[in-house]
Design a protein around this ligand. Sequence first.
Ligand code: UDX
Ligand code: ADP
Length: 457
Amino acid sequence: MSAKTILCIGAGYVGGPTMAMIARQCPEYRVLIVDIDAARIRAWQSGEPPIYEPGLKELVAASLNRNLFFSTDVAAGIAEADIIFVSVNTPTKTFGQGAGRAADLQYWEKTARQILAHARRDVIVVEKSTLPVRTAEAMDRILRAAPAAVHFEVLSNPEFLAEGTAVRDLEQPDRVLIGGHDSESGRRAVAALVDVYAHWVPRERILTTNVWSAELSKLAANAFLAQRISSINSLSAICEATEANIGEVARAIGMDPRIGPRFLNASVGFGGSCFKKDILNLVYLCDHYGLGEVARYWEQVVLMNEYQEDRFVRNMVAAMFNTVAGKRIAVFGFAFKADTGDVRESPALRVCQALMAEHASVVVTDPQALPNARLELAVYGDRVTFESDPYTAARGAHAIALVTEWNAFRTLDYRRIYAAMEKPAFVFDGRNCLDHAALHALGFNVLPIGQKPLTHR
Ligand code: UDX
Ligand code: ADP
């Protein structure tokens, strides 16, 4: 099959960057991205992506209106596509059976039915959103109700990019995973998708598996990564109770090549659209298959994360003489990590909520995430305010709670900040990213994660 038009349904954090990379690397393909969100599509078309991601604007500009196009006409896009990537959102269900754990597949199923209604030729459907294992099978079953003239082949091609480094991750992926059915047409479809990635990814990094292995590998990878963070965060609590230092412990264990040094930064907690959702998917799947012990094992990774977020605020309150009521607290960072404007599942949300529950007056500052933070915290009205300038945010504050490790926060003039704060002034470094000794010397009481607090008197 000579694939010429690639369609992506869903122009979000995954679909947008991934298609922009394919368009740049495969100039002979026509790449079209559709979305029902007209404002999002207008932003992409204007060359100002609706999401913040380093290097993305330039990547899009390289192909925009050459072989990369954006539209809201989903039906027309489907009719002309040879390969359809589906990267619509799959949040955790908030209602009915499996609420709070299972994936909400309504957007996914709607898309399957749209493909069925509008496809005019044989098409390869590529599952790109993270989905529960065996979702591809459901897609297959919906599509098999098609008129016999059109053949659909469903593949799973999970995306492993991390936000903030999406462009680099797409350019040099550790691996590309393609799951297909073990049939003649399945193998042909896998080969067609391998051809796309082989434009820039070395063949030995392109893995092909069966569909379910591909789906499960995505959940497993995210569960393992999140587990590392919950493991190190659990140890940070022990460090705070003893004289051990979490940075020293992480360094010591990370030098064992079987453990490795990366992803061992103790923090206020992990966030992002994937970790929690994917683990909950895994938990739901395990329970579904009667594997209760396995479900409880993975569930603990999420519970440990919530414990860590709550513990951060408990430590704040305890250090500030057991009350933050009426005190101005500057929350530095609302994004779930640096270099993104994304706030989905950000630990900042739970931290702000807990501080407001203690009647603190919360002011949030973030270099990129303020628009999303405002939406997320809208229900709290004027109990929370927003400042783009961190100096203004900290003015008159009793404490700074650093939640996101933005580089911009490392290089601030903390002498100036200290002078404008209430005394005693506190810094709670939820990312261990500031120079604690220097802050302490300026007069701050500094409380890091998993390390001895540096206080005065
Ligand atoms: C993750 C996976 O890394 C990626 O492969 C998958 O495709 C999607 O989910 P992402 O959520 O974008 O990517 O960000 P990631 O860098 O994994 O960070 C997730 C969270 O863990 C962030 O809140 C981050 O701050 C936190 N984290 C990460 C830590 O607290 N400590 C660490 O050592 C690493
Ligand atoms: P992700 O992080 O997985 O990329 P996003 O929420 O950023 O998730 O993106 C998903 C996109 O899918 C959104 O822009 C949303 O408007 C779009 N979408 C959801 N349902 C449909 C649909 N039926 N047709 C087209 N686009 C859809």
